[in-house]
Design a protein around this ligand. Structure first.
Ligand code: AMP
Length: 492
């Protein structure tokens, strides 16, 4: 099948031809004619299937007829993350180059003023993350009563991130008679409920399951310990032909800690997570795409669905607690027929998460011996948790066992210990709220969990017991806490 057979206008076909794509992907071939015919569509497809063009191409075609009015967008696309929103905007620019459509991108981390000016002039296409859109609605800067086409993209991810109430609120502001295009990689019951509410007699289109991992990706599992992970990672980077890599951590603060440690070791590294401002995120991604940054340390939310064509390695520095994240993470390598390698560094505590991943992908992940000796299992020793209570079977740091590592500064020790303490608070159950704050800095303050950043006690060797007793400190104000964090970043 060719694009010409789908019923798209010549301007759109010309733009598609210039990208070099000759054949529509299955989701495009199936969805585009229905979207052009005005039908609601339920697309069960993950990123990488060409689903973005399956809605942008027919939307450009339909919106090319008619004019936008001030503050009343004619179409709305909701995306879970800023990066995905930006990617969709790029698609509109690429495929809409021969149509004069106006577009606005409402995402966190970008100033309200510029966004409002665009809205005032009237936009055909509004691409937004839910939190920022509701902020604009609350300020009376945008009216959704003129929206004729609504796209809800990555709905299951929106669910994970706790955005569903926001989406329901947004949908109440939309006209009842509209066309809705709804995309999700999976269909958990809550998503099914939403489709029953939002879609009218939709055309259901399902393409390749989310659990399939690319055949071009070599997967490797290495068993290690939490203390041994960083050294192991660096050894693999040194010994393997790592052109570039995305390194996934489960928590935002671990992303920062690891990035700083890699940079201090002389490696070219950048970090991307939801607490970083948009300009920094964009600059880092650009650097990674261009090759000036070799190692991108990332959180799931920030890296979800990123389309970077040439990534040689992915590292799961932490085993993901949601099995589907494994598929999405390793799918960042081995793209477009290129080969790639995905390493997963697992500790004893990761057993149940690994079992869920292997069940989802239908195979065990091939295990390799560690390229460097695993850090020895830690003997039991009293350690203080963040509440100041003694733990029965804690780990002990290598610096205590063999004296301080000469290459390691006291500050690095503090960072590692702070991150380790934070882990105890960041239970997987908190993932939804964490992800939500990542995308909603404007509505929810800085999004940092300050309880995790209490001063760390017990830095050196042979720490006397009285020092290990937790210090009760007055609760910091958010401002004090933010100032302290900024200072820490400057110091680093
Ligand atoms: P998506 O699923 O929308 O994230 O798209 C994944 C990748 O497929 C992007 O790099 C697109 O540029 C690319 N792509 C989209 N449509 C086609 C097509 N018809 N043929 C080949 N690649 C495509």
């Amino acid at each position: 099948m060719t694009f010409d057979e789908l019923g798209l206008a010549p301007e759109v076909l010309k733009a598609v031809a210039e990208t070099g794509y000759t054949e529509p992907t299955p989701i495009q071939a199936q969805a585009i004619p229905h979207v052009l015919a005005g039908r609601d569509v339920l697309g069960i497809a993950q990123t990488g299937t060409g689903k973005t063009a399956s809605f942008t191409l027919p939307m450009i075609d339909k919106l090319s007829r008619g004019r936008a009015r001030a503050r009343m967008p004619r179409s709305l696309i909701l995306e879970p993350t800023r990066e995905l929103a930006a990617q969709v905007a790029e698609n509109f620019e690429t495929y809409g180059k021969y149509n004069k459509l106006s577009m606005a991108l409402l995402i966190g981390g970008v100033s309200f003023g510029d966004q409002e000016k665009k809205l005032d002039r009237g936009v055909d296409v509004l691409i937004a993350t839910p939190g920022r859109l509701l902020d604009h609605c609350g300020r009376g800067k945008v009216l959704l009563t003129g929206v004729q086409i609504l796209v809800i993209d990555e709905a299951d991810r929106m669910l994970d991130m706790g955005f569903i109430p926001d989406i329901e609120e947004i949908c109440k502001k939309l006209p009842f008679t509209r066309q809705t295009l709804f995309f999700s990689a999976t269909m958990p019951p809550e998503i099914q409920r939403l489709t029953d509410t939002f879609l009218h007699n939709p055309e259901r289109i399902e393409v390749a399951r989310a659990s399939s991992t690319g055949a071009t990706i070599k997967q490797v599992l290495i068993k290690t310990t939490r203390d041994g992970k960083r050294e192991l990672l660096q050894k693999i980077i040194e010994n393997e032909n790592v052109k570039n890599a995305i390194i996934f951590c489960n928590r935002k603060r671990d992303v920062s800690v690891l990035e700083r440690a890699l940079s201090k070791s002389g490696l070219s590294a950048g970090a991307i997570h939801g607490d970083l401002d948009q300009a920094t995120r964009t600059r880092t991604l650009d650097g990674f795409r261009k090759g000036t940054i070799r190692l991108l340390v990332a959180s799931d939310v920030a890296a979800r669905g990123l389309d970077i064509p040439d990534v040689s390695h992915v590292f799961n520095f932490d085993v993901p607690t949601h099995a589907e994240d494994y598929v999405h993470r390793i799918g960042r390598t081995g793209r477009a027929g290129k080969s790639g390698t995905a390493y997963t560094l697992a500790t004893r505590e990761d057993g149940k998460y690994l079992a869920a991943i292997e069940k989802l992908i239908g195979n065990p992940i091939p295990t390799e011996e560690a390229a460097v000796p695993e850090a020895e299992a830690a003997p039991a020793e009293a350690q203080i948790d963040a509440e100041g209570e003694e733990q029965k079977e804690p780990r002990r740091s290598r610096s205590r066992r063999g004296g301080r590592d000469r290459n390691k500064t006291a500050k690095e020790d503090v960072e590692v210990q702070t991150a380790e303490k934070a882990e105890k608070h960041d239970a997987p159950a908190e993932k939804q709220q964490q992800a939500k704050t990542e995308e909603k800095p404007s509505r929810r303050g800085s999004g940092r969990d300050r309880d995790d950043d209490r001063p760390v006690v017990g830095l050196g060797d042979h720490v006397p017991a009285f020092i290990l007793r937790a210090v009760k400190l007055p609760k910091k104000t958010t401002k004090e806490a933010d100032d302290e964090l900024e200072q820490e970043s400057e110091d680093a």
